[in-house]
Design a protein around this ligand. Structure first.
Ligand SMILES: NC(=O)C1=CN([C@@H]2O[C@H](COP(=O)(O)OP(=O)(O)OC[C@H]3O[C@@H](n4cnc5c(N)ncnc54)[C@H](O)[C@@H]3O)[C@@H](O)[C@H]2O)C=CC1
Ligand SMILES: O=c1[nH]c(=O)c2[nH+]cn([C@@H]3O[C@H](COP(=O)(O)O)[C@@H](O)[C@H]3O)c2[nH]1
Ligand SMILES: [K+]
Length: 501
């Protein structure tokens, strides 16, 4: 006979946190959001920790290198999406590892023999008006000059004119030498009234550009997440098919942690993948697994060697897996049961396995709720897709800006070879939708606001750290009428266009 759960499965929306005594030192400045990513033994510390408990989803529409850089600079971590070729994914990882704050790789480059028309086209394509002239037209070729808008006048221009005739030649450029510190580069920018300083190596090859306008961006990032060589941390998704080739390539590119990306982690595909990684590399390579929604799934992946475990089947904003396959569980119920299993496992074995709550976060407070329920960090897709740094197009719909956001199980994402499951194409069905999300601006401002709100909630709960919150939180179910009580009610909201009379 089938097994029946006694309780219905519940979502984050059905719970609230109660205030605990807030002591006077429990203020936002004193709240520590550091959290473990990978498993550790009792009395030891996790080898990989986040400064804020947020990671971005393993999705084409969310986690590329620009998202990874922005998020790591603010204390969280991205897992670069796996639904692309091994080479392309490794290249993204490598870009994050090579990132140096304030030093950009030039993305608009020409050869001296190219013409003004090429410059104009390139400017249109990239949106950048500072163009490097290198011997081979690549971003790391030998630097021969620079072109900016002030070097030519479109109205009078002869489009066939060669770049070498109007560029600012190398001997007139102020340049920085390889190894220059950002502060020194900025001093040169200011001393010579430059807009851009090229940095070159001993062979005069172009390495980076340092822009005056980026100066503001170089302000301290107190949460920045980096390794012992001051390189940003980055994660990468893997699948249960091509891991013998993908994992070595990602590690070579510098990935700090891996995570198996799947809707269903309770499979022998996953235990095989984990075994292969641990047998090949031992414990030094860290890999998360999932997704699961119950104690059985947790224990299976824990025994298989997962360094962290991801919880969530079907809660995501773009997910239709529950509708399509009838598989899933309310995210709160899933997390509560898995967290209890994790705590029991810790008591029994002395090994603490961090949990990641994946999908379904709609309000900032729900992040705190997920942490209070036992998650160590949360993975979000919709949240991050809204920002400038996500890989998707920003569009105008009506009078609003939106960004594209599509599911990994949508046809759009599946136009990628791993979805050739060998079966009849006509029998395939989508497990996610293609959508838009409201555009929200830069990651930094949004994450700062979210962190501020989370700290405020934690102050009410009298918890100065995530472990303390997990210990102390008091959580209540809410009835549907108390949800109504929680919003503005029985008043006429002013923003409802009441004109003054
Ligand atoms: N968290 C969620 O609720 C959901 C997430 N998704 C996302 O969609 C994407 C695709 O997820 P899935 O379809 O679960 O991908 P998947 O690659 O894990 O599984 C696809 C299919 O391939 C099979 N399979 C896996 N490894 C195999 C191997 N080595 N040999 C033969 N067959 C194998 C699986 O059993 C499954 O039928 C992921 O990005 C996932 O995160 C999709 C649905 C729900
Ligand atoms: O049912 C699904 N079908 C899909 O095609 C799909 N693609 C992604 N995901 C999962 O959704 C998470 C992001 O959720 P949010 O947008 O709510 O943050 C992600 O982190 C994934 O766990 C999918 N789930
Ligand atoms: K399964």
């Amino acid at each position: 006979m089938a097994f029946y759960y006694a309780e219905p499965s519940r979502t984050f929306n059905e719970f609230l946190l109660l205030p605990n005594l807030t002591k006077k030192d429990c203020v936002p400045d004193n709240i520590n959001l550091m959290t473990p990513v990978t498993k550790y033994k009792q009395g030891e510390e996790s080898e990989l920790r986040l400064n804020i408990p947020l990671v971005s989803s393993i999705m084409q529409a969310v986690s590329n290198d620009s998202m990874a850089v922005a998020l790591a600079r603010n204390g969280g971590l991205s897992f670069i999406f796996v639904s692309q070729s091994i080479e392309a994914q490794a290249e993204m990882v490598s870009k994050v590892k090579k990132f140096k704050a304030g030093f950009v790789v030039s993305d608009a480059n020409v050869r001296p023999e190219d013409s003004l028309i090429d410059v104009v086209k390139l400017k249109e394509q990239t949106g950048h008006s500072t163009i490097a002239v290198t011997d081979d037209g690549t971003s790391h070729g030998r630097l021969l000059g620079m072109v900016t808008s002030s070097d030519y006048r479109i109205s009078r221009a002869d489009y066939s004119q060669k770049v070498k005739e109007f560029m600012t030649p190398f001997h007139k450029l102020v340049v920085g030498k390889e190894g220059i510190a950002l502060s020194e580069a900025n001093d040169l920018v200011w001393a010579h009234k430059l807009n851009c300083l090229p940095v070159i190596d001993k062979e005069q090859r172009l390495l980076h550009l340092v822009f005056r306008k980026d100066y503001e961006l170089h302000k301290a990032n107190p949460y920045e997440l980096s390794d012992d060589k001051k390189r940003l941390l980055v994660g990468a998704g893997i699948n249960t098919r091509d891991y013998t080739e993908r994992v070595p390539a990602l590690l070579k590119a510098g990935a700090d942690v891996l995570c198996i990306d799947s809707s269903d982690g309770f499979t022998e595909w996953q235990s095989d993948t984990l075994s292969w990684i641990k047998n090949t590399y031992g414990e030094k390579v860290k890999v998360g697994a999932g997704n699961i929604v119950d104690k059985e799934g947790f224990l299976f992946l824990a025994e298989a060697g997962a360094d962290f475990i991801k919880v969530g089947v079907g809660p995501g904003s773009i997910c239709i897996t529950r509708e399509q396959k009838g598989i899933g569980r309310g995210q709160a119920s899933a997390l509560i049961e898995v967290a209890q299993a994790r705590n029991e496992y810790f008591i029994k074995t002395g090994v603490y396995i961090p949990l990641c709550s994946d999908g379904g976060i709609v309000h900032d407070y729900q992040i705190v709720l997920a942490l209070a329920m036992g998650a160590d960090f949360v993975m979000m897709g919709r949240y991050f897709a809204r920002f400038d740094e996500s890989p998707t197009k920003k569009l105008m719909i009506g009078s609003n800006f939106v960004k594209e956001y599509w599911a990994e199980g949508s046809n759009k994402a599946r136009n990628w070879q791993r979805y050739d499951l060998g079966g009849n194409k006509e029998l395939e069905f989508e497990e996610g939708v293609d959508s838009y999300v409201p555009y929200a601006g830069a990651l930094k401002e949004n994450v700062n606001l979210t962190i501020n709100k989370m700290k405020s909630t934690m102050c009410n709960c009298g918890a100065k750290s995530i472990p303390e919150l997990q210990q102390k939180a008091r959580i209540t179910l809410v009835s549907s009428t108390s949800i109504r009580e929680g919003g503005a009610h029985d008043v006429i909201l002013k923003e409802n266009n009441l004109k003054e009379i």
